[in-house]
Design a protein around this ligand. Structure first.
Ligand code: CUA
Length: 338
């Protein structure tokens, strides 16, 4: 729509076209009556002008028909607008049940956004294309307002209260995010971007940015430390770790032990202490390569690893037995890469 590109921000959500339609209808209606009334004022002023100083107009007694009409027509028009606006309002206010939830904390003067997987962002919000997103919002200090013009959504963000907002993006891209409530000297800098990604790219983004979630950090480590080259489903050289947590594990000594946190920890630091029956003791130690925090991340990853969720092997790597010869060099590399 030409008028849209000239007068309105681009339209990028499922409701933005509907909001625009109502907006342009109201503008059109206003313009129509403005022109009509202005024309009639001038037309009647000319037509019924006083033609001589002695002219006395006929008295008007009133007209029931006319009065009914000028009450009924505007009533019909405003009721039509009311029903239209109310149905749009309901759809805007009620998030679908399957909406993805994202937490928003506003403070002077930034937007802090958190995904359920622990991914955190500031002044930038990544969302999937074509999926409803529900924002659960609150403020740390004063009243702010979350406003994305391209989605035609705006909602105040209040201290001590939780407000929600939902949208479904229909186009990939970057869209402006504003604070639309004056909140202090930095108000004008309280801006950012909503980045809409196709679902697959969004999943990749979530994975790459999963900082707060121990399990996802552990997953990254699992690939980075190349645990994946043996603990995989394609060419396993080591036991699968799927759904192993707290299960009984049969060792090559014939003993069984529970795969609890301490067993997992021991197996990472001293892999040859308790070797699972049926496997070669080829795993190198990761002592010195994982710090306690990373250890917890790996354990959390294994804890939450369900059947079929082992990440795919991304690349061929040398069997880890060769790495035992150069643990120092490997450790150094890891330091440098930080
Ligand atoms: Cu926050 Cu204006």
């Amino acid at each position: 729509m030409l008028a849209q590109s000239l007068w309105a921000p681009e339209s990028a959500s499922t409701i933005s076209d509907r909001v625009d339609a109502l907006y342009w209808f109201l503008n059109g209606l206003t313009l129509f009556f403005t022109v009509l009334i202005a024309f009639l004022v001038i037309y009647f002023a000319v037509k019924y002008r006083r033609r001589s100083p002695l002219e006395v107009p006929k008295p008007v007694e009133g007209s029931l028909r006319l009065e009914t009409l000028w009450a009924a027509i505007p009533l019909a028009i405003v009721m039509f607008i009311f029903v239209w606006g109310a149905s749009l309002f309901y759809d805007m206010r009620r998030p679908p049940d399957d909406a993805q939830e994202i937490y928003v904390v506003a403070k002077q003067w930034m937007w802090k956004l958190q995904h359920p997987g622990g991914q955190r962002e500031i002044n930038e919000l990544h969302v999937p294309l074509g999926r409803p997103v529900k924002l659960i919002m609150t403020s740390e200090d004063v009243i702010h307002s979350f406003f994305v013009p391209a989605f035609r959504v705006k909602q105040d963000v209040l201290p001590g209260r939780v407000t929600t907002l939902w949208f479904e993006a229909t186009r990939p891209g970057r869209f402006h995010l504003f604070c639309a409530e004056y909140c202090g000297t930095g108000h004008s800098q309280m801006i950012g971007w909503v980045v809409v990604l196709p679902p697959a790219e969004y999943e990749d983004w979530l994975r790459s940015r999963a900082e707060g979630s121990l399990a996802l950090e552990g997953r990254k480590l699992f690939t980075k430390l190349r645990c994946i080259s043996c603990h995989n489903n394609e060419q396993p050289r080591a036991p699968s770790l799927e759904a192993v947590f707290n299960k009984q594990v049969l060792l090559d000594t014939g003993r069984t032990v529970p795969a609890d946190e301490s067993y997992l920890r021991e197996s990472i630091l001293e892999p040859r202490a308790k070797v699972v029956a049926g496997y070669q003791p080829i795993m190198p130690t990761y002592k010195g390569q994982v710090n306690p925090e990373e250890m917890f991340q790996l354990i959390e990853f294994i804890k939450t690893l369900r059947l079929g969720e082992t990440p795919p092997r991304v690349e061929e790597t040398a069997p880890p037995i060769e790495e035992t010869a150069k643990p120092q060099a490997e450790g150094k590399k890891r330091e440098e890469s930080k």
